[in-house]
Design a protein around this ligand. Structure first.
Ligand code: PLP
Length: 432
């Protein structure tokens, strides 16, 4: 076995890192591919195999790999220092770009990951309302913060009745008291929202929603659902948090500009860091002012040695500058092309499955049930092993997607790459 082949690296990694990986989502049998280099929408592994990358660091790279404008921005910044204690102009520029872009965002604060952003937004909601409980939708992933590691991987054995989902720990190590403080409801079900606020409305600090949760199977919001959440949370004094860490890319002003509703706070990550670690919380000035260090009364403390570091800030600004309305529109149309042809490939192969999602985000699911919430994406789905086999076949066909079927597009892609994807999918389905 060559010294730096995928297999050799994996066996070496096993000696030093639990399970050989720091990233659970990219762990699969017999061993993951190890990236050696990447450019645009192509990635070469340590066995020398080149593939089209439809995962893009879990959807974070809107312009693919080593985008020249982002590389230039980072290189210029490198020469001026990687990180300073002092704030810099790039932080102000990225903040301004986000405020100008996202309608509900009057001010923004940066962090280092989407998880941190969610953690901060929840804390701000508690401070603002003086309440403790939060509510989330079943199956939605919001990072690995204790209060949101609840009910994103439930199964029929533990998820409780559909009309009253149980709060289920999704990791070991959660104090049981957390489960009492996290209410779980079904996406796209206004009746459940009503029952929740009737029961616990006065205790609820926040309702957190990912408008296009790929973890949930990527159901689109039903018409009027997000507006309804906006109205109900406003009536009951609950802070509405949109988690746009992943869904931001589907609209120029984020998912909220595509689907509607007006959140009090929005969390961001991934794309807005231009390929470097990032998170952010933005929203109404009245709530954001809780972070103002000059404030004398209730104040929420956030920190982070590397928060708003200039490398991330310049990379994020360079990424956003070229992800303008026309680029968003073009990529979204390519996404439609991929879903249409991909769904046709499933039908032609006679395999039960579909491609869900919207804009440039997609998810391959091995169920034909229309997906409106988490349960509809999993209850009739083929066993996990079938998805893993399809994932392995796609890798063999030269296509990288996530092992759960997560995928996305990047701006270097054209119709040609999308058509290569659907041809590869047809071949992968034929050999499944
Ligand atoms: C909707 C959503 N929220 C939060 C997170 C956590 O972000 P990070 O991985 O940067 O901590 C993710 C990550 O995939 C996400 O998809």
């Amino acid at each position: 076995m060559p010294a730096h082949s995928n297999e050799a690296l994996y066996h070496e990694a096993l000696r030093y890192i639990p399970g050989g990986t720091s990233r659970l989502h990219y762990h699969f049998a017999p061993y993951p591919i190890y990236a050696r280099s990447a450019s645009g929408c192509r990635l070469v592994d340590h066995d020398g195999v080149e593939r089209l990358d439809f995962l893009n660091n879990m959807t974070a790279l809107i312009h693919g790999h080593a985008d020249p404008a982002i590389v230039a921005a980072i290189s210029d910044q490198l020469a001026a220092g990687t990180v300073w204690s002092e704030p810099g102009a790039a932080e102000v520029a990225l903040a301004r770009a986000m405020v100008e872009r996202v309608g509900s965002v009057e001010q923004i604060r940066f962090a280092n990951s989407g998880t941190e952003a969610v953690m901060l937004a929840v804390k701000m909601a508690r401070a603002f309302t003086g309440r403790n409980t939060i509510a989330k939708f079943e199956g939605a992933y919001h990072g690995y913060y204790d209060y949101v590691q609840v009910s994103f991987g439930g199964t029929p054995a533990n998820w409780g009745p559909e009309e009253a989902p149980a709060s289920v720990p999704t990791t070991a190590g959660l104090p049981p008291s957390i489960l009492d403080q996290v209410a779980v409801i079904q996406y796209n079900d206004p009746g459940q929202v009503d029952r929740l606020v009737a029961r616990r409305g006065n205790d609820l600090a926040a309702l957190i929603v990912d408008p296009l949760s790929v973890r949930m199977g990527a159901p689109r919001p039903a018409p009027g659902f997000l507006e309804y959440l906006t109205e109900v949370t406003c009536r009951h004094g609950i802070v509405l948090i949109y988690d746009e860490v992943i869904s931001f890319r589907v609209g120029f002003g984020g998912a909220q500009s595509r689907y509607g509703g007006v959140p009090d706070l929005t969390t961001f990550g991934k794309v807005i860091g231009g390929g470097l670690p990032v998170g952010a919380v933005g929203g109404r000035r009245e709530i954001m002012s809780l972070l103002d260090p000059d404030r004398v009364d209730t104040k929420v403390l956030s920190g982070g040695t590397f928060s708003a570091n200039p490398l991330t800030m310049v990379a994020g600004k360079a990424a956003l500058d070229r992800y303008d309305a026309a680029a968003v529109e073009r990529l979204n149309r390519l996404g439609d092309r991929l879903r249409t042809a991909g769904n046709a490939a499933f039908r032609a192969a006679g395999v039960t499955g579909q491609i869900t999602g919207d804009g440039s985000l997609f998810r391959i699911l091995l169920t034909d049930e229309p997906v409106t919430n988490y349960r509809s994406s999993v209850r009739r789905a083929a066993p996990t092993a079938a998805m893993l086999a399809l994932h392995a076949n796609l890798l063999r066909e030269g296509i990288i997607v996530g092992k759960t079927g997560l995928g996305c597009l990047s701006t270097p892609m054209t119709e040609a790459e999308v058509d290569r994807f659907t041809t590869a999918l047809a071949r992968a389905l034929a050999s499944s």
